[in-house]
Design a protein around this ligand. Sequence first.
Ligand code: NAP
Length: 282
Amino acid sequence: MTTNSEDLTLVLGATGKTGSRVARRLTAVGHPVRLGSRSAQPSFDWEDPTTWSGALDGVSAVYIAYVPDLALPGAAEVIGAFADQAVAAGVRRLALLSGRGETEAGIAERRVQGVDADVTVLRASWFNQNFSESFLLPAVLSGVFAAPAGRPEPFTDVEDIAEVAAAVLTQDGHAGKVYELTGPRSLTFAEAMAEISAASGLEVRYQEITADEFRAGLESEGTPPELVDLFVYLFTEVLDGRNSVPTDDVQQVLGRPARGFSDWAREAATAGAWSAATLPVH
Ligand SMILES: NC(=O)c1ccc[n+]([C@@H]2O[C@H](COP(=O)([O-])OP(=O)(O)OC[C@H]3O[C@@H](n4cnc5c(N)ncnc54)[C@H](OP(=O)(O)O)[C@@H]3O)[C@@H](O)[C@H]2O)c1
């Protein structure tokens, strides 16, 4: 089925990195959107299932971005329960944002793929915007990004993810598909820092440290224990090289190549992503 201009789409994580862009793109082409987050009206809270029915009322499609991370223990059960409720409420199309090469995320994917609706999985590599809008921004601004992340990663631009999400939510031909969304080439974190330095004028460098040093650093900063485990998992397993090869799935869906890291870094610098006043958003 093709969604039409009367179909209401619920966009979760609606003020976040991907959701805000998905909502903007759908709105721009005339599709009605309901924003889904704790600050939206009606409010949607992953931790409070009593808020789900209000957000789902009258909705025919949902963009699912689970927060904080679908690789966390218990996430698959929550996402699965939400997907069941969505289908029972009349939702016919779901796009699930997932993480490339994450075993835990695969459990959530299979759970959502099991519901009676058109499901598309958007399995993304690491976001460029982690360096400009998210948890890696403080490290970039400090001038040193220290991590156990020596392997290359085909960082992806969340604008590409959002454009693909808007396409699969509104066009036929994507039901049952799993798209692996990456940038056009792999960079090491050292190369990524060099690109950001060149674009921003800041001096930012990558420093290789062990997983134990990384864990100790996170703990000394007061990072909550479950997030310490998540970050160590992401850096030591997801970034062990298993995801280093880029795909052409962005090209397959959008008919144009994925956006490159250098172009993104230049535009982010011009937009003030790394200006002195910049503070992390999420
Ligand atoms: N970062 C990466 O490199 C990467 C790569 C692949 C996949 N992913 C996946 O991407 C997903 C996150 O997507 P994102 O980066 O677009 O999100 P994000 O930027 O972290 O989004 C935060 C959004 O979630 C909302 N939110 C926070 N807590 C909430 C709660 N308890 N209930 C409902 N909404 C809540 C926030 O709004 P309110 O404050 O108003 O609630 C905001 O709209 C994760 O599942 C992660 O595994 C990330």
